[in-house]
Design a protein around this ligand. Structure first.
Ligand SMILES: Cc1ncc(C[n+]2csc(CCOP(=O)(O)OP(=O)(O)O)c2C)c(N)n1
Ligand SMILES: [Mg+2]
Length: 340
Protein backbone atom coordinates (compact mmCIF):
# COMPACT_ATOMS: atom_id res chain seq x y z
CA UNK A 1 0.00 0.00 0.00
CA UNK A 2 1.22 3.43 -0.90
CA UNK A 3 2.11 5.76 2.01
CA UNK A 4 1.22 9.42 2.57
CA UNK A 5 4.84 10.53 2.03
CA UNK A 6 4.91 8.85 -1.39
CA UNK A 7 1.58 10.46 -2.34
CA UNK A 8 2.87 13.88 -1.28
CA UNK A 9 6.17 13.49 -3.12
CA UNK A 10 4.47 12.34 -6.30
CA UNK A 11 1.99 15.22 -6.13
CA UNK A 12 4.83 17.67 -5.66
CA UNK A 13 6.66 16.31 -8.70
CA UNK A 14 3.48 16.42 -10.77
CA UNK A 15 2.42 19.96 -9.88
CA UNK A 16 6.01 21.13 -10.32
CA UNK A 17 6.04 19.64 -13.81
CA UNK A 18 2.64 21.12 -14.71
CA UNK A 19 3.49 24.60 -13.44
CA UNK A 20 6.92 24.43 -15.01
CA UNK A 21 5.44 23.71 -18.41
CA UNK A 22 2.77 26.40 -18.07
CA UNK A 23 5.55 28.89 -17.38
CA UNK A 24 7.74 27.56 -20.22
CA UNK A 25 4.76 27.98 -22.54
CA UNK A 26 4.54 31.68 -21.64
CA UNK A 27 8.27 32.22 -22.01
CA UNK A 28 8.37 30.29 -25.27
CA UNK A 29 5.71 32.41 -26.97
CA UNK A 30 7.51 35.63 -26.16
CA UNK A 31 8.79 37.23 -29.36
CA UNK A 32 7.65 34.39 -31.64
CA UNK A 33 4.43 35.99 -32.88
CA UNK A 34 2.82 36.98 -35.22
CA UNK A 35 4.53 34.81 -37.86
CA UNK A 36 5.64 32.13 -35.39
CA UNK A 37 9.38 32.51 -35.83
CA UNK A 38 10.65 29.35 -34.14
CA UNK A 39 14.16 30.73 -33.62
CA UNK A 40 13.01 33.94 -31.90
CA UNK A 41 12.40 34.62 -28.21
CA UNK A 42 14.08 33.42 -25.02
CA UNK A 43 13.51 29.71 -25.82
CA UNK A 44 14.63 29.02 -29.40
CA UNK A 45 13.71 25.83 -31.29
CA UNK A 46 10.93 23.31 -30.73
CA UNK A 47 9.23 22.70 -27.41
CA UNK A 48 7.28 19.49 -26.64
CA UNK A 49 5.26 19.74 -23.46
CA UNK A 50 4.11 16.78 -21.43
CA UNK A 51 1.08 18.18 -19.61
CA UNK A 52 -1.16 15.16 -19.05
CA UNK A 53 1.78 12.71 -18.84
CA UNK A 54 2.87 13.56 -15.29
CA UNK A 55 1.46 10.44 -13.61
CA UNK A 56 3.80 8.09 -15.44
CA UNK A 57 6.98 10.00 -14.60
CA UNK A 58 6.02 10.50 -10.96
CA UNK A 59 4.67 6.99 -10.36
CA UNK A 60 7.68 5.23 -11.87
CA UNK A 61 10.50 7.47 -10.61
CA UNK A 62 9.15 7.34 -7.07
CA UNK A 63 10.83 3.90 -6.88
CA UNK A 64 14.18 5.03 -8.24
CA UNK A 65 17.46 6.04 -6.65
CA UNK A 66 20.08 8.43 -8.02
CA UNK A 67 22.21 5.51 -9.21
CA UNK A 68 19.35 4.11 -11.29
CA UNK A 69 19.44 5.16 -14.92
CA UNK A 70 16.56 6.82 -16.75
CA UNK A 71 16.46 7.52 -20.46
CA UNK A 72 13.69 9.99 -21.21
CA UNK A 73 11.67 10.69 -24.33
CA UNK A 74 11.60 13.86 -26.46
CA UNK A 75 8.88 15.12 -24.08
CA UNK A 76 11.15 14.80 -21.06
CA UNK A 77 10.39 17.46 -18.43
CA UNK A 78 7.98 15.53 -16.20
CA UNK A 79 10.31 12.52 -16.08
CA UNK A 80 13.40 14.68 -15.49
CA UNK A 81 11.70 16.48 -12.60
CA UNK A 82 10.57 13.21 -11.01
CA UNK A 83 14.09 11.73 -11.40
CA UNK A 84 15.57 14.72 -9.55
CA UNK A 85 17.39 16.44 -12.41
CA UNK A 86 18.77 19.82 -11.35
CA UNK A 87 15.88 22.15 -12.24
CA UNK A 88 17.98 25.29 -12.51
CA UNK A 89 20.54 23.80 -14.89
CA UNK A 90 17.80 22.07 -16.87
CA UNK A 91 16.03 25.40 -17.29
CA UNK A 92 19.27 27.10 -18.31
CA UNK A 93 19.66 24.39 -20.95
CA UNK A 94 16.16 25.04 -22.28
CA UNK A 95 16.96 28.76 -22.45
CA UNK A 96 20.21 27.93 -24.29
CA UNK A 97 22.55 29.27 -21.58
CA UNK A 98 26.20 28.49 -20.85
CA UNK A 99 25.45 26.95 -17.42
CA UNK A 100 22.80 24.61 -18.84
CA UNK A 101 23.14 20.85 -18.42
CA UNK A 102 24.73 20.63 -21.89
CA UNK A 103 26.16 24.14 -21.92
CA UNK A 104 23.15 25.34 -23.90
CA UNK A 105 23.88 23.12 -26.90
CA UNK A 106 21.23 20.44 -26.38
CA UNK A 107 18.00 22.31 -25.84
CA UNK A 108 14.92 20.93 -24.16
CA UNK A 109 15.02 17.43 -25.75
CA UNK A 110 18.65 16.72 -24.88
CA UNK A 111 18.97 16.85 -21.14
CA UNK A 112 21.90 15.00 -19.58
CA UNK A 113 22.42 14.99 -15.84
CA UNK A 114 25.10 12.47 -14.82
CA UNK A 115 24.53 13.28 -11.11
CA UNK A 116 21.21 11.41 -11.26
CA UNK A 117 21.93 9.26 -14.34
CA UNK A 118 19.34 10.94 -16.54
CA UNK A 119 19.41 11.48 -20.27
CA UNK A 120 16.86 12.28 -22.97
CA UNK A 121 16.83 12.39 -26.74
CA UNK A 122 14.81 13.82 -29.60
CA UNK A 123 15.13 10.53 -31.49
CA UNK A 124 12.16 8.27 -30.96
CA UNK A 125 12.94 5.03 -29.02
CA UNK A 126 16.57 6.14 -28.84
CA UNK A 127 16.65 5.66 -25.07
CA UNK A 128 15.95 1.92 -25.24
CA UNK A 129 19.40 0.60 -26.27
CA UNK A 130 21.30 2.80 -23.75
CA UNK A 131 18.93 1.65 -20.98
CA UNK A 132 19.73 -1.95 -21.91
CA UNK A 133 23.43 -1.02 -21.80
CA UNK A 134 23.03 0.47 -18.33
CA UNK A 135 21.17 -2.66 -17.22
CA UNK A 136 23.94 -4.87 -18.60
CA UNK A 137 26.58 -2.76 -16.85
CA UNK A 138 24.75 -3.06 -13.52
CA UNK A 139 24.45 -6.82 -13.90
CA UNK A 140 28.12 -7.27 -14.84
CA UNK A 141 29.20 -5.14 -11.88
CA UNK A 142 26.93 -7.03 -9.53
CA UNK A 143 25.11 -3.86 -8.56
CA UNK A 144 21.41 -3.66 -7.84
CA UNK A 145 20.71 -0.49 -9.80
CA UNK A 146 18.05 -0.61 -12.52
CA UNK A 147 17.50 1.21 -15.80
CA UNK A 148 14.21 2.63 -17.07
CA UNK A 149 13.52 3.68 -20.66
CA UNK A 150 10.53 5.96 -21.32
CA UNK A 151 9.05 6.09 -24.83
CA UNK A 152 5.79 7.00 -26.57
CA UNK A 153 3.29 4.52 -28.01
CA UNK A 154 4.31 5.79 -31.46
CA UNK A 155 7.74 4.21 -30.92
CA UNK A 156 6.67 0.66 -30.09
CA UNK A 157 6.97 -0.55 -33.68
CA UNK A 158 10.56 0.57 -33.99
CA UNK A 159 13.44 -1.85 -34.35
CA UNK A 160 15.48 -0.22 -31.60
CA UNK A 161 12.68 -0.83 -29.09
CA UNK A 162 11.97 -4.42 -30.17
CA UNK A 163 15.65 -5.37 -30.25
CA UNK A 164 16.09 -3.84 -26.81
CA UNK A 165 13.22 -5.92 -25.42
CA UNK A 166 14.87 -9.01 -26.86
CA UNK A 167 18.33 -8.29 -25.48
CA UNK A 168 16.99 -7.33 -22.05
CA UNK A 169 14.96 -10.52 -21.94
CA UNK A 170 17.59 -12.94 -23.17
CA UNK A 171 20.14 -11.60 -20.67
CA UNK A 172 17.62 -11.12 -17.83
CA UNK A 173 18.61 -7.48 -17.43
CA UNK A 174 17.30 -5.08 -14.80
CA UNK A 175 15.40 -2.85 -17.23
CA UNK A 176 11.87 -1.45 -17.20
CA UNK A 177 10.40 -0.14 -20.44
CA UNK A 178 7.67 2.44 -19.88
CA UNK A 179 5.40 3.26 -22.80
CA UNK A 180 3.45 6.48 -22.43
CA UNK A 181 0.34 5.93 -24.53
CA UNK A 182 -1.21 9.32 -25.33
CA UNK A 183 -3.03 7.90 -28.39
CA UNK A 184 -1.13 10.12 -30.84
CA UNK A 185 2.23 10.25 -32.57
CA UNK A 186 2.25 13.84 -33.81
CA UNK A 187 -0.90 13.68 -36.03
CA UNK A 188 -1.00 9.88 -36.35
CA UNK A 189 -3.63 8.08 -34.25
CA UNK A 190 -2.32 4.91 -32.66
CA UNK A 191 -4.81 2.58 -34.38
CA UNK A 192 -3.55 3.44 -37.85
CA UNK A 193 0.00 2.25 -37.23
CA UNK A 194 -0.20 -0.35 -34.47
CA UNK A 195 -2.54 -3.33 -34.47
CA UNK A 196 -2.58 -4.00 -30.73
CA UNK A 197 -4.61 -1.74 -28.47
CA UNK A 198 -2.62 -2.80 -25.44
CA UNK A 199 1.04 -2.06 -26.18
CA UNK A 200 2.11 -4.10 -23.15
CA UNK A 201 1.26 -7.18 -25.25
CA UNK A 202 4.53 -6.63 -27.06
CA UNK A 203 6.08 -8.26 -23.97
CA UNK A 204 4.48 -11.61 -24.85
CA UNK A 205 6.82 -12.14 -27.78
CA UNK A 206 9.82 -11.71 -25.52
CA UNK A 207 8.73 -13.85 -22.60
CA UNK A 208 8.65 -11.00 -20.12
CA UNK A 209 5.82 -9.58 -18.03
CA UNK A 210 3.75 -6.87 -19.69
CA UNK A 211 1.35 -4.69 -17.75
CA UNK A 212 -0.91 -1.85 -18.81
CA UNK A 213 -2.21 0.87 -16.47
CA UNK A 214 -5.46 1.87 -18.14
CA UNK A 215 -6.03 5.12 -16.29
CA UNK A 216 -4.05 8.26 -15.93
CA UNK A 217 -3.64 7.42 -12.28
CA UNK A 218 -0.36 8.03 -10.45
CA UNK A 219 -1.21 5.68 -7.59
CA UNK A 220 -1.94 2.81 -10.01
CA UNK A 221 1.30 3.59 -11.88
CA UNK A 222 3.16 3.58 -8.57
CA UNK A 223 1.80 0.12 -7.72
CA UNK A 224 2.59 -1.36 -11.15
CA UNK A 225 6.03 0.24 -11.31
CA UNK A 226 6.82 -0.99 -7.79
CA UNK A 227 6.45 -4.54 -9.01
CA UNK A 228 8.44 -3.96 -12.19
CA UNK A 229 11.32 -2.07 -10.52
CA UNK A 230 11.38 -4.54 -7.63
CA UNK A 231 11.60 -7.46 -10.06
CA UNK A 232 14.47 -5.79 -11.91
CA UNK A 233 16.31 -4.91 -8.69
CA UNK A 234 15.98 -8.46 -7.40
CA UNK A 235 17.69 -9.80 -10.50
CA UNK A 236 14.53 -11.25 -12.07
CA UNK A 237 14.72 -9.44 -15.40
CA UNK A 238 12.86 -6.83 -17.41
CA UNK A 239 9.21 -5.71 -17.55
CA UNK A 240 7.23 -3.75 -20.09
CA UNK A 241 4.78 -1.27 -18.65
CA UNK A 242 2.31 0.80 -20.65
CA UNK A 243 0.54 3.76 -19.09
CA UNK A 244 -2.47 5.55 -20.55
CA UNK A 245 -1.73 9.24 -20.42
CA UNK A 246 -3.30 12.22 -22.19
CA UNK A 247 -1.83 14.87 -24.42
CA UNK A 248 -3.39 18.04 -23.08
CA UNK A 249 -1.57 20.22 -25.62
CA UNK A 250 -0.45 20.03 -29.23
CA UNK A 251 2.42 17.75 -30.28
CA UNK A 252 4.71 20.76 -29.96
CA UNK A 253 4.18 24.41 -29.22
CA UNK A 254 2.62 26.00 -32.29
CA UNK A 255 0.76 22.83 -33.36
CA UNK A 256 -2.76 23.96 -34.36
CA UNK A 257 -3.98 20.32 -34.04
CA UNK A 258 -6.31 20.65 -37.04
CA UNK A 259 -6.15 16.85 -37.35
CA UNK A 260 -7.52 16.21 -33.87
CA UNK A 261 -11.26 15.75 -33.21
CA UNK A 262 -12.61 18.23 -30.64
CA UNK A 263 -14.04 15.37 -28.59
CA UNK A 264 -10.56 13.90 -28.13
CA UNK A 265 -9.11 17.21 -26.97
CA UNK A 266 -12.00 17.66 -24.53
CA UNK A 267 -11.52 14.13 -23.20
CA UNK A 268 -7.87 14.84 -22.48
CA UNK A 269 -8.73 18.07 -20.69
CA UNK A 270 -11.39 16.35 -18.64
CA UNK A 271 -9.20 13.61 -17.19
CA UNK A 272 -6.60 15.12 -14.95
CA UNK A 273 -4.19 12.90 -13.08
CA UNK A 274 -3.31 15.75 -10.73
CA UNK A 275 -6.94 16.12 -9.54
CA UNK A 276 -7.07 12.36 -9.12
CA UNK A 277 -3.92 12.25 -7.01
CA UNK A 278 -5.05 15.18 -4.89
CA UNK A 279 -8.25 13.23 -4.20
CA UNK A 280 -6.16 10.18 -3.22
CA UNK A 281 -4.15 12.34 -0.84
CA UNK A 282 -7.26 13.90 0.71
CA UNK A 283 -8.72 10.45 1.26
CA UNK A 284 -5.82 9.75 3.62
CA UNK A 285 -6.95 12.68 5.76
CA UNK A 286 -4.56 15.29 4.36
CA UNK A 287 -6.07 18.76 4.73
CA UNK A 288 -6.32 21.59 2.21
CA UNK A 289 -3.28 23.25 3.80
CA UNK A 290 -1.02 20.32 2.87
CA UNK A 291 -2.08 20.47 -0.78
CA UNK A 292 -1.71 24.27 -0.86
CA UNK A 293 1.75 24.04 0.72
CA UNK A 294 2.85 21.55 -1.95
CA UNK A 295 1.50 23.79 -4.70
CA UNK A 296 3.16 26.95 -3.44
CA UNK A 297 6.50 25.20 -2.84
CA UNK A 298 6.38 23.88 -6.42
CA UNK A 299 5.59 27.31 -7.84
CA UNK A 300 8.38 28.97 -5.92
CA UNK A 301 10.89 26.39 -7.12
CA UNK A 302 9.82 26.86 -10.72
CA UNK A 303 9.96 30.66 -10.54
CA UNK A 304 13.43 30.50 -8.93
CA UNK A 305 14.70 28.20 -11.67
CA UNK A 306 13.35 30.36 -14.48
CA UNK A 307 14.62 33.58 -12.93
CA UNK A 308 18.07 32.03 -12.40
CA UNK A 309 18.22 30.62 -15.92
CA UNK A 310 17.36 33.96 -17.52
CA UNK A 311 20.23 35.63 -15.67
CA UNK A 312 22.76 33.12 -16.97
CA UNK A 313 25.27 34.06 -19.69
CA UNK A 314 24.80 33.05 -23.31
CA UNK A 315 27.43 30.56 -24.59
CA UNK A 316 30.48 31.92 -26.39
CA UNK A 317 29.86 31.50 -30.16
CA UNK A 318 33.53 30.55 -30.51
CA UNK A 319 32.78 27.33 -28.59
CA UNK A 320 29.82 26.29 -30.76
CA UNK A 321 31.71 23.36 -32.29
CA UNK A 322 33.32 22.10 -29.10
CA UNK A 323 31.97 18.83 -27.64
CA UNK A 324 29.68 18.13 -30.59
CA UNK A 325 29.83 15.44 -33.27
CA UNK A 326 30.31 17.77 -36.19
CA UNK A 327 33.02 19.92 -37.66
CA UNK A 328 32.75 23.63 -38.37
CA UNK A 329 31.79 24.50 -41.94
CA UNK A 330 34.49 25.92 -44.23
CA UNK A 331 35.21 29.55 -43.44
CA UNK A 332 33.73 29.35 -39.92
CA UNK A 333 36.91 30.57 -38.18
CA UNK A 334 37.06 33.58 -40.50
CA UNK A 335 33.40 34.40 -39.76
CA UNK A 336 34.18 34.43 -36.06
CA UNK A 337 37.14 36.76 -36.60
CA UNK A 338 34.76 39.14 -38.38
CA UNK A 339 35.56 38.10 -41.92
CA UNK A 340 39.28 39.00 -42.04
C1 LIG B 1 13.58 7.86 -35.22
C2 LIG B 1 12.66 9.04 -35.35
N1 LIG B 1 11.69 9.03 -36.29
C3 LIG B 1 10.84 10.08 -36.39
C4 LIG B 1 10.98 11.18 -35.58
C5 LIG B 1 10.03 12.35 -35.71
N2 LIG B 1 9.09 12.36 -34.57
C6 LIG B 1 9.24 13.20 -33.54
S1 LIG B 1 8.07 12.98 -32.35
C7 LIG B 1 7.33 11.76 -33.24
C8 LIG B 1 6.09 11.05 -32.73
C9 LIG B 1 6.31 10.43 -31.43
O1 LIG B 1 5.13 9.88 -30.95
P1 LIG B 1 5.12 9.08 -29.62
O2 LIG B 1 6.28 8.15 -29.61
O3 LIG B 1 3.78 8.49 -29.44
O4 LIG B 1 5.41 10.19 -28.52
P2 LIG B 1 4.53 11.47 -28.14
O5 LIG B 1 5.03 12.60 -28.99
O6 LIG B 1 3.12 11.15 -28.42
O7 LIG B 1 4.80 11.71 -26.70
C10 LIG B 1 8.00 11.52 -34.44
C11 LIG B 1 7.60 10.53 -35.45
C12 LIG B 1 12.01 11.15 -34.61
N3 LIG B 1 12.19 12.16 -33.76
N4 LIG B 1 12.82 10.07 -34.50
MG1 LIG C 1 2.18 9.28 -28.43
Amino acid sequence: MIGVTELEEMLENMVTARHYEERLQEEYLEGKQPAFDISAGPIPGELHLAAGHEASGAGVCQHLRDDDTVTGPHRPHHVAIAKGVDLKRMTAEIFGRETGLCRGKGGHMHLFDPDVNFSASGIIAEGCPPAVGAGLAAKMRNEDSVAVAFLGEGAIDQGGFLESLNLASVHDLPVVFVVEDNDWAISMPKGRVTDVENGAQRADGFDMPGHRVDHDDATAVYEAAGEAVGRARDGNGPTLLEVQVHRRMGHFMGDAEAYRPDADTERAQHLDSIDRLEADLRSTGADEGTVEEIRSRAKERVEDAIEWAKEQPEPDPGEAYENVFTNPPDGYAETLRGGE
